[in-house]
Structure formats: structure tokens, C-alpha cells
Write a protein that binds this ligand. Structure first.
Ligand SMILES: Nc1nc2c(c(=O)[nH]1)N[C@H]1C(S)=C(S)[C@@H](COP(=O)(O)OP(=O)(O)OC[C@H]3O[C@@H](n4cnc5c(=O)[nH]c(N)nc54)[C@H](O)[C@@H]3O)O[C@H]1N2
Ligand SMILES: Nc1nc2c(c(=O)[nH]1)N[C@H]1C(S)=C(S)[C@@H](COP(=O)(O)OP(=O)(O)OC[C@H]3O[C@@H](n4cnc5c(=O)[nH]c(N)nc54)[C@H](O)[C@@H]3O)O[C@H]1N2
Ligand code: SF4
Ligand SMILES: [Mo]
Length: 726
């Protein structure tokens, strides 16, 4: 046989928000090498181990390549998966979804969208149309276990849920980081590939990075300063910083802001001394950091998962905005700025402004945000009988059993559904409950343009990446699957959408993602066309973030910023009402490792080999106090569950705090991830509590009380759930 020549192609990594440009080596049509593309104007050659593992996902024998249907055998552990054709599979899905709606009403169908939807062009262009074709109130996504507080704050303060200022990290001289670990995560709501190099440049400029985190993380170690903070208490710290700004006359807000007198009133009681008591950060340090922040020639405050998935996530994100705003750092070079993407999904209205509390969840009465309900209510909406009860679920690229609070309870609830379909590439903790799984092509086989992450990047660039590999014979892209689900289900619904709406949807579903990008580029003001992008697959540089764009670009109908949204101010009052920890309790926090990718990608040796990293991290003094030996198996329990896991002593974690990584614990019956199921570790979300929420409805994972004791059980409880699939 004739060998195909070795070929180089430019690609893109879509696994995290850093969107690194890649250079792939192909031999005989197989990927034999992946490296960072040095010519990419944003990622500048950066790559992390996950980027290299993209090829492993494509080659993974466990990955689904054809639709599968679960065949019940009576004995639940022996259910079989049978490969079926696309036509049959899509019809089965449409039948199941339409049946639930026709028999029980439109809210009987729930939809969950997972994180990879934001990382796929086709999901973005076709997913919203698919959602619109179902008029259910039971829409859920990973947003409410992640960044909902940011979106709510942006919506109420600036008038658009994704009008988010981004740290001008390449020019700042003071970078204040709360609850984020970009050295491992590569940034979030801040697309910042090659964070380590950018940090070195900050240092070389004489700038500082200050990190506030209950764990001495990789980022904390690289910082100029790190301060431990008690989990869940950052709002006190941030409000004290605002208090100091007023107290010492350090505020210099711009003129286009309303509500500042209210802010001054609200922060008055939050003295640094009071904050020191609650947070553990000394009052003098809070004063010094605040003064240095205010005096810096360009300072940027930034807070992420540690202060978003948090009981006061919304207050924290609001206070972070105010810290930037009051010190004159919003819309300032070296402060935080708004991006100028070639496709402005915010300015053009492609992504809606958002809304809040237009309706409430049926059982617990929690408010919607941006059309979604908090995923913490999904289990009760499935299990509570009555009109509007969820009977069927469509899970799109998500793994809520592993990633949402009380995963075990949701796991059991999924087993009771009338019908479930998943668009996913694996049989995992969640999709094992599906009746049908529809696997799309993987990232290397799809055209890509980052509709979301160019919007959030620390530098303005644009890049279009044609598919690196041809789609396998008979494979379907996610957008084609979404289109077919919408079309076929619509045909079967008794109550159809009005004709005008159907026509609009049909148009939106028909045009391919790539074509949509070409059209959207033409509507933008950057002057960049699809032709330019095809000529420059490494990406086109549109320059650093631009300052001085406000108030012109403010989305708020008033043209002003609301510094004192009623919803946030009301929640500040709740701060005083936080109950103290019960005796002996510790506060649980999460963590991410550079070689983990949320709850998936544990099926590749490349990422799982080496030193174990699934353990519960605990301070040596906390271990000694309980008579627990380093390395032993401990029992961790919360209000909702108990897990047994190995403990690892480290002085890198604050006393009174323990940490488990997120995304572990694959040993459930029926999971078909041959390598991952052997990986030790438990799911942190078998401990987290769906009753603990931020005012936005976001899960409050961090700072949750747990008890840790020597394990009493001899049995293997490390994540194996005995209850079988349906
Ligand atoms: N306790 C705790 N819980 C957390 C977090 C935490 O820090 N602590 N973090 C939260 C955060 S930030 C997030 S974003 C969520 C994530 O929550 P989810 O989005 O629910 O979970 P993921 O682990 O991202 O799951 C991705 C799913 O998509 C599938 N998949 C991968 N690639 C593709 C593809 O190309 N197409 C399709 N159709 N499917 C694909 C995978 O097999 C997997 O099932 O978890 C949240 N949960
Ligand atoms: N390698 C890798 N990269 C990823 C991901 C991944 O799974 N692996 N996931 C991607 C996703 S979906 C997201 S959303 C981003 C998240 O990106 P980051 O937010 O940067 O990542 P985390 O590691 O979750 O960082 C949260 C930090 O908050 C700290 N923390 C916990 N509780 C508190 C608290 O109460 N106060 C303060 N101040 N800090 C606290 C934790 O110790 C931790 O260091 O990462 C993305 N990138
Ligand atoms: S940093 Fe993120 S985008 Fe870059 S290679 Fe790693 S996973 Fe991919
Ligand atoms: Mo996330």
C-alpha cells in the first residue's frame, strides 16, 4: 500500500477557555503529533498536556462512533448497548421527547446543556435554535454550577449578561486574584493562553500579582503575595476593601454611574477589623492591599470559581466590579476592559441581554435566570409528582451526575425517567441512563470559530480553523444532530410552534455554522472577512484590549451603570446571617489540576499516569487533632452523603479547610470508560448540597461544612454506587 506523506495542519484546542492554536502532524491520516502553534497571535505557541491528548479522545476505543440504544435485559447490570443507524436513532429520540410533551405538556421535557457546548461552534449556532424549538421552562445548564453570578451581575449592572470586563493582564501592574487558579485552569471568563509567560512579563514590568485563596495553589506559589482566606467569606473581605476606599477618600468613579451613595451606605458597617475576624486576613493587610490596588498604574481585580460557586457569589462578583469601577480601573488600560471581537455576540444581540425571575421553579420556587432554572432543582422536578413534572430529559454534552450537587440523588432520579436521550461521545455516569445516545464528531473533525471565547480574551484576535480530519463515514456533526432532533420532534408535537417561528427556526437550523460565521463577520466592524481568516489560519491579530469605550458601549438602556442593583444590596443583608460551623466541622473546597478536564478525559493514560491527585487535602494539624494518619482512608460526610477517600497531608491548605478535586469518581455500574473506572477517587458532588445556593441560584459548592473521621467501613465505598441503572 502506498503511504500517505507526512502532513502538517493547523488546528485548535477547544478543551478549555484558553483556545490554544495547534500544529498537528498527520501520518497516514492519523494524528502523530500535536504542538502549540507559535504563530498564533493569542496563544503564541502555548499548549498544555490536555491539548496533546486531543488525539487520544479521537482514537479512544471507548468513544462512541455510532448511535447506541440501551437494551434492557431485566438484570440492570447487564443492560446492553446496541449500535443502530442514525435515522432510527433520531426517530427514537424524537418519539421519546415528543411523547413526553404530547402526554404531559411542554414542561415535561427537561434539557441540560453541558460545558462543551460553549466550546463547539456547531453547538453554539444550532443549540439555541434547538432550545427555542422546545418551549419548556425546564432548561438547565452548567451555568448554574459555574458562572451564573457573573452573568447576573453583568445583566443588572451593565445591561447584558455577557458584557464582562476582562483583565488587561498584558499591561496591568497589579493583578488581584480571588478564588481562581489560572496556572492550572488557564483562565476562565478570561481567555488567557500561556498564563505563566504572561505572569513572567508582569513581573518583569515590576507589576504584582496578589492571590486570595484558602489553598496555596500553583497560582498562589507563583504570586508575589498569597493570603489564606476562610472559604465562603470573601464577600466580607471585598466589602471591607470598598469601605476603605470610601473611608480614605480613594474613590474616583466615572460620571456615568448611578447608585454610588447607596453603595457607600451599604459598605459602611464592613470594617477591615470585622472582615479580619471572619476571613482570617489581617486588617492591616486588607488596608495595605486596598491602598496599593487604588494607587497602582492600572489594576485589575478578578475572581472566579472559588468566589462564584460560593454562597455569596453574586455579592462577590458585584464587589469585584465595584473595586475596579471605584478605583477608576474599569475601561482603563491595565485595568479591566471590554473586548472588541470580530463577531460581537453581545453588541449584535446574538446572545440575549438576559433576565431574572420572570418565572420560578415549580417545586422550590427558585427564580430563572436568562431562561434557565438552577440545576440544583432538577432532581426534585423529576421526582415530585404533579403538573409540570419532568418525564423526559435531553442531555447535551453534559454530565450532571458528576458535576451538580448531590449527584447520587440525581443519578437515582434519572433512573426513574420515562425517557432520556443524550448527545455525547461516552457512556458515562449520566449517559448510562439514556435510552439512546447520539455521538457527534469530535473537535478535530469540525470547523471551528470561537464565538464565546474571543469575547472574553485578554487580546483581540480572530481565527477560523477548518476541520483537521475528515469526519468518519456516516458520522454526524453536533449541529446536524441538533437540527435533526429539532426537526423530527417538531413534526411529532401535537402543539406546534406558530408558523412564523417555525420558518425562522428552520432558516437558522439550515445554514451551516461556517456559513453563519462568514455572514456574522460581514456584519461586524472589524473589517475581517472569512477570506482573511482562511488565508491566515494561525489567526488575525486585532490588537490589545481597548480602553475608553464607555459609556458609548454600555448595553443598559439608560446608557449608565447601575452600581447598586436592589437584588444584590438585599443579599448583602444575608451576610450577617451565615450560621457558624458546627463543632469539629471543616469547610470543603474544590480544585482543578492541569491534567484534568472537568469530569471527562480520564480515559487517557497520557493524562492519568504519574502521581495520584484524587486525595482529600488536609492540614497536618487538622489530621493530628483527629488522630488520622497521612495516607489513610477517611470518611468524609456532609448533609447529603458520605464518601471514603485517601487523605493527603499538606501545609498548602488552610487549617479548617479540606479540598477534593472535581470530576473524579467514575466507578458506577454500567459506565463504559475502561481506564477511567480504575482511577481512584470519588465525586465531590456526592457530598455537595443542592440546598446551598447563591442568590442567583448558582450552586454554593465552596465552603460547605463536612466532617472528616477515620473510615469505619471496611468495604470499598470509594465512589461505587450499588444502585443499578434502570
Ligand atoms: N463540586 C464542583 N462541581 C463542579 C465544579 C466545581 O468546581 N466543583 N465545576 C463546575 C463547572 S465550572 C463546570 S463547567 C461543570 C461542568 O459540568 P458538565 O458540563 O455537566 O460536565 P463535563 O464534565 O464538562 O461533561 C462534559 C460531557 O460532554 C461530553 N463531551 C465531550 N466532548 C463532547 C463533544 O464534543 N460533543 C458532545 N456532544 N459531548 C462531548 C463528555 O463525554 C461529558 O459527558 O461542572 C461544575 N461542577
Ligand atoms: N486543567 C483544567 N483546566 C480547566 C478546567 C479543568 O477541569 N481542568 N475546567 C475549566 C472550567 S469549566 C472552568 S469554569 C475553569 C475554572 O477556572 P478557575 O476558577 O481558575 O479554577 P479552579 O481550580 O476551580 O479555581 C478555584 C480556586 O478557588 C479556590 N477557592 C475555593 N473556595 C474559595 C473561597 O471561598 N474563596 C476564595 N478566595 N477561593 C476559593 C480554590 O482553592 C481554587 O484554587 O477552568 C477551566 N480550565
Ligand atoms: S491550555 Fe486549554 S486550550 Fe490550551 S492546550 Fe491546554 S486545554 Fe487546550
Ligand atoms: Mo466551568
Amino acid at each position: 500500500m502506498r503511504r500517505m506523506p507526512v502532513e502538517k495542519k493547523l488546528g485548535v484546542c477547544n478543551l478549555c477557555e484558553a483556545i490554544c492554536g495547534l500544529e498537528l502532524t498527520l501520518e497516514d491520516g492519523r494524528v502523530t503529533g500535536i504542538r502549540g502553534n507559535p504563530d498564533d497571535p493569542l496563544s503564541r505557541g502555548h499548549i498544555c498536556p490536555k491539548g496533546t491528548a486531543l488525539a487520544d479522545v479521537h482514537a479512544d476505543p471507548d468513544r462512541l462512533r455510532r448511535p447506541v440504544r440501551r437494551v434492557s435485559t431485566g438484570s440492570t447490570t447487564e443492560d446492553r448497548w446496541e449500535e443502530i443507524g442514525w435515522d432510527e436513532a433520531l426517530d427514537l429520540v424524537a418519539d421519546g421527547l415528543a411523547r413526553a410533551v404530547n402526554e404531559h405538556g411542554r414542561d415535561a421535557l427537561a434539557i441540560y446543556l453541558g460545558n462543551p457546548n460553549a466550546h463547539s461552534l456547531g453547538s453554539l449556532t444550532h443549540g439555541s435554535a434547538l432550545l427555542k424549538s422546545f418551549r419548556t421552562r425546564n432548561k438547565y445548564s452548567a451555568t448554574s454550577v459555574d458562572q451564573l453570578p457573573h452573568q447576573l451581575v453583568a445583566h443588572v449592572m451593565y445591561g447584558h449578561q455577557l458584557f464582562l470586563p476582562i483583565p488587561d493582564i498584558d499591561r496591568t501592574s497589579y493583578f488581584l486574584v480571588l478564588g481562581a487558579n489560572p496556572m492550572a485552569s488557564n483562565g476562565s471568563l478570561m481567555t488567557v493562553p500561556d498564563f505563566p509567560a504572561r505572569l513572567r512579563e508582569l513581573d518583569a514590568r515590576g507589576g504584582r500579582m496578589v492571590v486570595i485563596d484558602p489553598r496555596r495553589t500553583e497560582t498562589a506559589k507563583a504570586a508575589h503575595e498569597h493570603h489564606f482566606v476562610r472559604p465562603g467569606t470573601d464577600a466580607h473581605l471585598l466589602l471591607a476593601m470598598l469601605h476603605i476606599l470610601y473611608d480614605e477618600g480613594l474613590t474616583r468613579p466615572p460620571g456615568y454611574v448611578d447608585g454610588l451613595e447607596l453603595v457607600e451606605d451599604v459598605v459602611r458597617p464592613f470594617t477591615p477589623e470585622a472582615a479580619a475576624e471572619v476571613t482570617g486576613v489581617p486588617a492591616d493587610e486588607i488596608r495595605r492591599i486596598t491602598r496599593e490596588f487604588a494607587a497602582a498604574d492600572g489594576a485589575a481585580a478578578y475572581g472566579r470559581v472559588g468566589v462564584s460557586t460560593h454562597a455569596f457569589g453574586t455579592v462577590c462578583q458585584w464587589a469585584i466590579q465595584l473595586l475596579n469601577l471605584l478605583t477608576g480601573n474599569l475601561d482603563r488600560q491595565g485595568g479591566v476592559c471590554f473586548t472588541s471581537p470580530a463577531i460581537d455576540a453581545v453588541g449584535t444581540g446574538l446572545i440575549g441581554r438576559g433576565h431574572h425571575d420572570l418565572w420560578r421553579s415549580r417545586v422550590r420556587g427558585l427564580p430563572e435566570s436568562g431562561g434557565e432554572l438552577p440545576v440544583s432543582v432538577l432532581r426534585e422536578e423529576i421526582e415530585t409528582p404533579g403538573e409540570g413534572q419532568v418525564r423526559a430529559l435531553l442531555a447535551l454534552a453534559g454530565n450532571p451526575v458528576s458535576s451538580t450537587p448531590d449527584g447520587n440523588a440525581l443519578d437515582r432520579a434519572l433512573a426513574g425517567l420515562d425517557f432520556m436521550a443524550a448527545v455525547d461521545i461516552y457512556v458515562n455516569e449520566t449517559t448510562r441512563h439514556a435510552d439512546v445516545i447520539l455521538p457527534p464528531t469530535t473537535a478535530l473533525e469540525r470547523d471551528h470559530y470561537d464565538l464565546v471565547f474571543h469575547l472574553l480574551a485578554v487580546r483581540n484576535t480572530a481565527r477560523f480553523t477548518p476541520a483537521v480530519l475528515p469526519a468518519e463515514d456516516g458520522a454526524m456533526h453536533d449541529w446536524q444532530i441538533y437540527r435533526e432532533i429539532a426537526r423530527r420532534t417538531q413534526q411529532r408535537l401535537a402543539a406546534k410552534l406558530p408558523l412564523s417561528k417555525r420558518l425562522v427556526l428552520r432558516a437558522r437550523l439550515t445554514v451551516s455554522p461556517t456559513r453563519q460565521i462568514a455572514l456574522l463577520l460581514r456584519r461586524g466592524s472589524s473589517g475581517v472577512t472569512m477570506r482573511d481568516l482562511r488565508k491566515h489560519p494561525e489567526g488575525v491579530d486585532l490588537g490589545p484590549l481597548r480602553a475608553g469605550q464607555l459609556p458609548r458601549r454600555l448595553p443598559h438602556r439608560s446608557g449608565r451603570i447601575d452600581a447598586a442593583p436592589a437584588l444584590v444590596l438585599a443579599d448583602v443583608a444575608r451576610l450577617a446571617a451565615v450560621p457558624p460551623l458546627e463543632p469539629g466541622a471543616l469547610r470543603l473546597i474544590g480544585r482543578r489540576h492541569q491534567r484534568d478536564c472537568n469530569s471527562w478525559m480520564h480515559n487517557t493514560t497520557r493524562l492519568t499516569k504519574g502521581r495520584a491527585r484524587h486525595q482529600l487535602l488536609m492540614h497536618p494539624d487538622d489530621l493530628a487533632e483527629r488522630g488520622i494518619a497521612d495516607g489513610s482512608v477517611v470518611e468524609v460526610s456532609s448533609r447529603v452523603g458520605t464518601v471514603d477517600v485517601e487523605v493527603l497531608a499538606t501545609a498548602d491548605i488552610m487549617r479548617g479547610v479540606v479540598s477534593l478535586p472535581h470530576g473524579y469518581g467514575h466507578r458506577r455500574e454500567g459506565v463504559r470508560l475502561e481506564q477511567a473506572v480504575d482511577l481512584p477517587g470519588v465525586s465531590i458532588n456526592d457530598l455537595t448540597d443542592p440546598e446551598l445556593l447563591d442568590v442567583s441560584g448558582n450552586a454554593a459548592f465552596n465552603g460547605m461544612p463536612v466532617q472528616v473521621r477515620v473510615s469505619s467501613s471496611v468495604s470499598d465505598r470509594t465512589g461505587r454506587t450499588p444502585d443499578p441503572v434502570r
